[in-house]
Design a protein around this ligand. Structure first.
Ligand code: FES
Length: 346
């Protein structure tokens, strides 16, 4: 089987890797097909029905679930497809919270992108509106807010939780116009199995899932998370000399863009006023700040008095592999004991 196939999209000959979908082939060649529920990391679900295309002048297909075939002739904008898409988008927007200026996704919103492309009719939107009152926000999680009024039911969060995190904390609940994404029993998110990794927030195409302290950074630094020994790649974003955001590094071989709750939301300790910035020694029963020289002299003196099995070490996952290697070497060769363990095993 050839590794690439040739097809025609909107009269343009393009090539695409075999086994990719028509939507991926179009996007890779700079041809926009409206879509909301597609995400490159997830198995296609075909729930938004926006990526309809005509294939070979004969049938209509969901492009995110249709694999490319040699010689396909695809049209993305026939009058029939445009009409169906318009209704699908209007139904989504009719009950959608549209105060975009107050939305965290305002400058990068999948729904805005689709609506701009398809065009919407304000009179029809008013007629389609079904909800008289907005639904309550779920702010139970300390790190993020879920706003069901901005949710487009694309299911990307559900599939992220299931396919990537293997947690399945949330799913579609209720039926018809009452459908929403929720945890088991429609309880608050904090009562679900959610591990607060934030992977769903990263993939949400609209502003339904937003971090609670979402200040945009003015610059970012590529680094490695120090919370444990996994070595996940991350970008730390800063603003006015303080860390305001952490995001996964897609190029990291260790984590491929993913982070856990600690890596994504646990950076506040860096600027916390209680953080120790100088060594403390106990004097007259109280801990007082001192210089590194005095602290290290004191530790060296105490080491001398506790050689052998009177001494023990707990190594830290916050240290590098090299630092941990040196620590066990020091423990065994200098202090003369095998009493060494590591916090990752505890
Ligand atoms: Fe294909 Fe949603 S992107 S159905």
């Amino acid at each position: 089987m050839a590794s690439r196939v040739e097809l025609t999209i909107n009269g343009r000959k393009v090539t695409a890797a075999a086994k990719t979908t028509v939507l991926e082939a179009a996007l890779a060649n700079g041809i926009y097909i409206p879509h909301l529920c597609h995400h490159k990391d997830l198995v296609p679900s075909g729930v938004c029905r926006l990526c309809l295309v005509e294939v070979n002048g004969k049938w209509t297909a969901i492009s995110c679930k249709t694999p490319v075939e040699q010689g396909f002739v695809v049209r993305t904008e026939t009058p029939e497809i445009q009409a169906v898409r318009k209704v699908a988008v209007e139904l989504l927007i009719a009950d959608h919270q549209t105060n975009c200026l107050a939305c965290g996704a305002s400058t990068d919103c999948g729904l805005q992108r689709v609506a701009r492309h398809v065009g919407v009719d304000q009179d029809r939107l008013r007629r389609l509106k079904r909800r008289a009152q907005p639904l309550p926000l779920d702010e139970s999680n300390p790190f993020f807010t879920f706003d069901p009024n901005r949710c487009v039911l694309c299911g990307i969060c559900v599939r992220t939780c299931e396919e990537i995190e293997r947690v399945s904390a949330i799913d579609y609940t209720f039926r018809g116009p009452a459908t929403k994404i929720a945890g088991f029993g429609d309880k608050a998110r904090i009562e679900s199995a959610c591990e607060s990794c934030g992977e769903c927030i990263v993939r949400c195409p609209v502003g339904a899932l937003t971090p609670k302290d979402a200040l945009p950074p003015t610059h970012e630094t590529r680094t490695v998370c120090t919370f444990c020994g996994c070595g996940c790649g991350m970008y730390l974003g800063a603003r006015d000399g303080k860390l305001v955001r952490s995001r996964g590094d897609e190029a990291s071989a260790a984590s491929r863009g993913r982070l856990c709750v600690k890596g994504r939301f646990g950076y506040h300790f860096v600027n916390h006023p209680d953080r120790l910035k100088a060594p403390l020694v106990r004097k007259n029963g109280a801990l007082v700040e001192t210089t590194w020289d005095e602290a290290l002299d004191l530790v060296a003196e105490k080491f001398g008095a506790h050689k052998g099995d009177a001494f023990a070490v707990i190594a830290s996952a916050k240290c590098t592999t090299e630092e941990n290697y040196l620590l066990q070497k020091f423990t065994r060769a200098v202090m003369g004991t095998n009493n060494i363990d590591h916090c990752a095993r505890l």
